[in-house]
Design a protein. Structure first.
Length: 707
């Protein structure tokens, strides 16, 4: 029991514990806990609990307020959250269902008074109970919520608020009445005469009783067993599958069975009988025939005969990977890798309900011809997918006959023989279906159905994020494309190559831009720049900068004056973003360049038959810093055959690399690049880029004399 109450809080903790224990007794719940809001940012910390094994308590001692868990949802929503079965838990709280994969029903209620929200509390029942709370249960929950909140408020008013330490008090469940001595002796004699072994465990797995037969089967003595956790004396029982079945029996209050192999190779069968105080184990040697052994092993197996612990270990990896999946393709690949092989599914299709039809958004294992038949199916006609979208409940069909009986007019012509249709749900809204298909008829066990439904909850959340990301990504690229010039003007004697390469995924829309402005028959202005940031604001500012430069250059202002006018515009806009910009006027007839620079990486010039070199242009302040900034201009030759390279820092910047060294390296690549094809030169430069940021690249080559 966690001892963290001082003299002032002790009466209140005692009253709180009594209220929780009484509510559990009155409602028939075998597990309960009280959570208090604390910290900044606020989290829910378990204050007291009853009926939970220590191994289960630890991961749930602290719950984030934004977590997908019933106790957190009760606080956020300010109301009772009732989850009647594992299937609904999987749909509404998939993360909790995966981390707590047992069969139970649960109710969570907020604890609040007129002054504040104090936290929440939770009760658990076996999943076989009625699917609705009775009036008497609702009355107990309501009255207990008020009582618990009043206790917390009274403790706070007295100056001794309850502050959880992360070590909740573990209340002792009410034990059955002690038998009289005659009954105890008779019960001991009964157990000793049985050929089966008998062991009693408390909630933490500590042995409270063991028969001599059980000790002999476990390879130890009764004295060594008593008072110690079973898996510490019989260390070969530390197998995760065995411990998982013990936890499942305690949480679900259901008889469970499993098998385990002793170090000498002999196999034992365990039948686990739970009650709120612990477990009673019946231990027998396994039958000698293989079919019976296989049948016994299947009791401890999850999907596809794999040990339950192995199944959930695989799915924990998938859950972690799902949080990192950004697009639909990645989500589909994760399902194909982590779900299909475990359940031995041969095909999978993910469908989204859209405008009254089901649209395929991802698949694996199906041919394009089969997908064409599925894509666009109407939701107006009865079908498994329509039913799942409408009800939010999964549908399982063990064979074709079962499918035909439920949907006689549905033709599932995909060459498969069994199907699982899983709802993809977010915030109680079912927006799609994941269909798993199998090439042989197969029964779906209750555990497999619950596991698949849990996974569907994870898939739904990941797919919803992925669809949103894909939509934003398309919008960002569309906006980026619209802000960059659709085409560059043609000029006799000038060849141009321009490239824009977005950064790696997740960075968002960039502020890099380029432009080529024709001033007359032989002169033009080339501009390249980079607005700080990767968002819509940066993109909008980039469009304004491009427009301002275009307008001022078109009326004949010099490069330095154009940057000065644009800088004042940014100051008037009062933006927090800064912009680097390089503006170069070139005259093909005079064969000269005139340039001004606002804090941008220096351009490169490769004269004909000579190495590329940096054009040293004085770097003025970035645009948007100082309204009085001025920008000097320089003039250099631009002979026929010369190549001019303008670029943004994404082409050269890499962690740990000096900027001057990076520019020198770029000059070497430009020197060694092909001499004739400007597009090939652009490709060569991009091939050597680190690609850690957006890249804008503008290449210009003076091709011939211009008279």
């Amino acid at each position: 029991m966690g001892g963290h109450a001082d003299e002032g809080t002790l009466p209140h903790t005692s009253t709180l514990d009594e209220a929780l224990a009484q509510a559990a007794r009155d409602t028939g719940a075998h597990i309960g806990a009280v959570y208090l809001l604390t910290g900044s940012p606020q989290v829910l910390v378990m204050e007291t609990e009853i009926g939970l094994p220590t191994q289960i308590v630890k991961p749930w001692t602290t719950v984030r307020l934004d977590a997908g868990a019933p106790v957190a949802a009760a606080v956020r929503q300010g109301r009772l959250v009732w989850v009647p079965n594992p299937q609904e838990l999987a749909c509404r709280f998939p993360g909790t269902a995966l981390a707590f994969p047992y069969s139970f029903a649960t109710a969570s209620a907020p604890l609040h008074s007129d002054s504040r929200m104090w936290g929440s509390w939770i009760l658990l029942w076996p999943a076989e109970r009625p699917s609705e709370l009775s009036e008497s249960e609702l009355d107990v929950i309501s009255a207990t919520s008020e009582r618990l909140a009043a206790i917390l408020e009274q403790a706070d008013d007295c100056g001794h608020p309850l502050r959880p330490t992360g070590e909740p008090r573990a209340l002792t469940p009410v034990a059955p009445p002690m038998p009289d001595p005659y009954e105890a002796v008779a019960a001991a004699g009964y157990l000793e005469r049985l050929r089966d072994g008998s062991v009693a465990l408390d909630l933490d797995g500590v042995v409270t009783f063991a028969s001599p037969t059980a000790a002999d089967l476990l390879g130890t003595t009764v004295a060594h067993l008593l008072g110690t956790p079973l898996w510490e004396t019989a260390t070969w029982l530390k197998d995760p599958a065995f411990q998982d079945r013990c936890r499942a029996a305690v949480v679900g209050q259901q008889v469970a069975s499993c098998s385990a192999r002793r170090p000498d190779g002999h196999e034992l069968e365990f039948v686990l009988h739970p009650d709120p105080t612990g477990l009673s184990l019946r231990i027998t040697p396994s039958p000698a025939d293989l079919p019976a052994q296989r049948l016994a092993r299947s009791a401890s197996a999850g999907a596809s005969g794999l040990p339950r612990a192995d199944v959930f270990y695989n799915f924990l990896h998938m859950a972690a990977a799902m949080t990192r999946a950004l697009n639909v393709r990645e989500v589909v690949d994760l399902i194909a890798v982590h779900v299909m092989p475990v359940f031995k599914a041969q095909a999978m299709a993910i469908m989204r309900a859209e405008s009254g039809r089901m649209r395929i958004v991802g698949s694996h294992g199906y041919s394009p011809e089969v997908l064409d038949r599925f894509d666009g199916q109407t939701l107006a006609a009865p079908s498994p997918a329509e039913q799942v979208v409408r009800t939010g409940e999964p549908a399982f069909f063990a064979d074709r006959d079962e499918l035909r009986r439920s949907f006689p007019e549905t033709a599932q012509e995909d060459g498969m023989s069994a199907w699982a249709f899983l709802p993809l749900t977010v915030s109680d809204d079912t927006f799609g279906v994941c269909m798993l298909a199998f090439d042989h008829p197969r029964p779906f066990t209750a555990e497999q159905c619950a596991t698949l439904n849990t996974l569907a909850g994870l898939m739904g959340q990941a797919l919803d994020r992925a669809l949103l990301y894909d939509t934003k990504d398309r919008l960002a690229h569309s906006l980026q494309t619209s802000l960059l010039p659709g085409s560059l003007p043609d000029m006799p004697g000038l060849e141009v190559a321009a490239r824009y390469v977005p950064a790696t995924r997740g960075v968002g829309i960039g502020g890099d831009f380029y432009d080529l402005i024709r001033l007359n028959e032989t002169t033009a202005a080339a501009v390249i720049g980079d607005v700080q940031g990767h968002n819509m604001t940066a993109a909008a500012l980039m469009g304004q900068v491009r427009t301002a430069i275009h307008a001022h250059a078109a009326v004949g202002a010099s490069p330095g004056d154009v940057l000065q006018h644009t800088n004042r515009l940014l100051m008037d806009l009062d933006t927090d973003l800064f912009t680097s910009c390089l503006l170069i006027y070139f005259d093909l007839r005079l064969r000269t360049l005139c340039a001004a620079n606002a804090g941008h990486p220096l351009p490169l010039l490769r004269p004909p038959n000579m190495p590329a070199e940096v054009i040293d242009i004085p770097a003025g302040l970035l645009l948007g810093i100082d309204a009085d900034a001025e920008y000097a201009t320089v003039e250099v030759p631009f002979p026929p055959g010369a190549v001019l390279a303008l670029y943004t820092d994404g082409l050269i910047e890499a962690p740990g690399v000096d900027l001057d060294e990076a520019i020198d390296g770029l000059a070497e690549y430009l020197t060694s690049a092909p001499r004739e094809q400007l597009q090939q030169i652009a490709g060569t430069l991009l091939d050597h880029a680190p690609h850690t940021d957006d890249i804008a690249l503008l290449l210009l080559q003076h091709r011939a004399n211009t008279s």
